[in-house]
Design a binder for this molecule. Structure first.
Ligand SMILES: N[C@@H](CCC(=O)N[C@@H](CS)C(=O)NCC(=O)O)C(=O)O
Length: 259
């Protein structure tokens, strides 16, 4: 990129899908950055102290500005470094990508977050796999051993209760169909990925770290999109969700295409 390199610092949480989307945006644009990994829940106080506009990750300090939110970050990065673009230039196509991106952030992203916290509440052992490559300031083993109150607080704060998660899992087949349709229409699946590809792909790839969900996602266009948009996502959780909750997903897998 031309001119001085921006002095960028990205605040993330291990396993955070919107933070992973922001990492990919920076990488695709070739913007060098330093990543600061925070522990969930504790992150909120840290980001408040650092005077970001809000207390969630991703938060990005760049060129003297402080931004919070994956969509805000996408827009700012496109302004700073237009190539490769995260949004199509043609207005109608841009609106379609922005609509898919918004849906990805408002609907799919929180649902996948709830499902993950619910699964981790049932079995904390996989936590270490999500923190692979992270620098939390304490040994990962220690962070994981002492994580019970953090997992409980994060589940509560993200409303990852059983009823909500069962509802999310029942909605998942329809959401996957919607994503496959967007890919067929060309809204999603561009090369290099657009902002909606990264937003939705990060949520899908995080969902695919759960053995309970991977088979239903991996073999369809949505799963291929996730792997292309976000090639690496640390973490792996063995089956832990009640089989009855997964029944709608398995039923949809067996239904004839288009049913
Ligand atoms: N919707 C926001 C993400 C907000 C969000 O909830 N991020 C989570 C991580 S995935 C977070 O910061 N959680 C703080 C916590 O768990 O304490 C975006 O796309 O930027």
């Amino acid at each position: 990129m031309a001119g001085a390199q921006p002095d960028a610092k990205l605040y993330a949480i291990p396993g955070s899908h919107p933070a992973m989307a922001a990492r990919r945006m920076l990488e695709l644009k070739g913007i060098p950055y330093k990543r600061v990994d925070l522990m969930p829940v504790i992150s909120r106080g840290a980001l408040r102290l650092l005077r970001f506009p809000s207390n969630t990750v991703p938060s990005l300090a760049i060129n003297g500005r402080k931004l919070t939110g994956s969509r805000e970050i996408a827009r700012e990065l496109d302004a700073i470094q237009p190539d490769p673009p995260l949004y199509p230039a043609e207005p109608e196509r841009r609106v379609a990508v922005e609509d898919a991106e918004r849906w990805g952030e408002e609907i799919l992203q929180p649902a996948v977050r709830r499902i993950l916290w619910n699964a981790l509440k049932r079995n904390r052992a996989p936590l270490a796999s999500y923190a692979e490559g992270a620098r939390l300031g304490v040994p990962i083993g220690f962070a994981v051993k002492t994580a019970a109150p953090i997992v409980a607080a994060a589940s509560r704060m993200n409303r990852a209760g059983d009823e909500a998660v069962r509802h999310d899992l029942a909605s998942l087949p329809g959401w996957l169909k919607r994503i496959d349709d967007w890919i067929a229409e060309g809204v999603l699946g561009s090369d290099p990925p657009n902002s909606a590809d990264l937003q939705i792909g990060a949520s899908l790839h995080l969902a695919m770290t759960l053995d309970d969900l991977r088979p239903a996602i991996a073999s369809r266009p949505a799963g291929e999109l996730a792997m292309r948009a976000i090639p690496d996502f640390p973490g792996q959780a063995p089956p832990v969700l009640p089989p009855a909750w997964l029944a709608p997903i398995h039923e949809a897998e067996q239904a004839p295409a288009g049913a």
